[in-house]
Write a protein of this length. Structure first.
Length: 243
């Protein structure tokens, strides 16, 4: 059963090593995203899950164990997160880094929760994403799910700094759904908009929606910002009965 959820973006620059000399003093908006993501992951862990499932978009559906590593090499940065050959897509690489920073990984570091990574194909249908969420939520009595995904990036590709009404409307609707823990609304997201608006998080959000289907959750939007023409959203979902 899902007892907590979190949504975080996955810009490579969230990992300090990717900033190089600027790592000690990151841009203010990146720092804001990092602080919100740290809070969301901390709240996820504080819920006391038996299993933490990290879900993010990737080229193909694939499951990875807690030992799997990722890297930023394709972005020109010689950084590996974890040990061994980097196999995780960017979304799960940043997710792993967040869990390492929170002390959950590497395995045996003291946090009792089991960790699994799951890449979901960027073009996966809403129905398949929701079904995967249901499956993940049934893997343990207390499941927490970390959904890694960016919102609209079309302004960054087409006209940085120019107002894009369609992208802005989409991002605001996603933000409202995350703040309300509205799983039904997220489950109805249209995948045909992914390419048009350059959205990387839709599939992961719909996996979270599927996992949350049988739970009563309260949502909070912790951050919404678009420092480089890409909208980054951070949210936390908690068991409504816990309060």
């Amino acid at each position: 059963m899902l007892i907590a959820g979190a949504v975080c973006p996955h810009p490579p620059l969230l990992i300090p090593a990717a900033l190089g000399a600027a790592a000690s003093d990151p841009p203010a908006e990146l720092r804001k995203v990092g602080e919100a993501a740290t809070q969301a992951v901390a709240e996820l862990i504080a819920a006391g899950p038996d299993l933490i499932a990290v879900v993010g978009g990737g080229p193909v559906d694939r499951e990875f164990g807690a030992q799997a590593a990722g890297g930023l090499h394709e972005y020109g940065v010689e950084v590996t997160v974890g040990t061994g050959e980097p196999v995780l897509p960017l979304s799960l690489t940043v997710g792993r880094w967040l869990l390492e920073r929170a002390g959950v990984l590497p395995p045996g570091s003291g946090e009792p929760a089991e960790v699994q990574f799951r890449a979901v194909g960027w073009r996966a249908s809403p129905g398949d994403c929701v079904k995967l969420g249901v499956v993940l939520a049934e893997r343990a009595p207390r499941v927490a799910l970390l959904a890694m995904g960016d919102a609209c990036a079309r302004p960054a590709r087409e006209a940085p700094g120019v107002h894009d009404p369609a992208a802005r409307e989409y991002d605001e609707e996603i933000a409202e759904a995350l703040a309300a823990a509205d799983a039904r609304w997220l489950a109805r997201l249209d995948p045909s908009l992914d390419d048009n608006l350059v959205v990387a998080g839709r599939a992961a959000w719909q996996v979270l929606a599927g996992a949350a289907g049988g739970s009563r959750l309260d949502g909070r939007l912790l951050c919404m910002t678009a420092p480089y023409g890409v909208t980054y959203l951070v949210a936390s979902w908690a068991d409504a009965r816990a309060g």
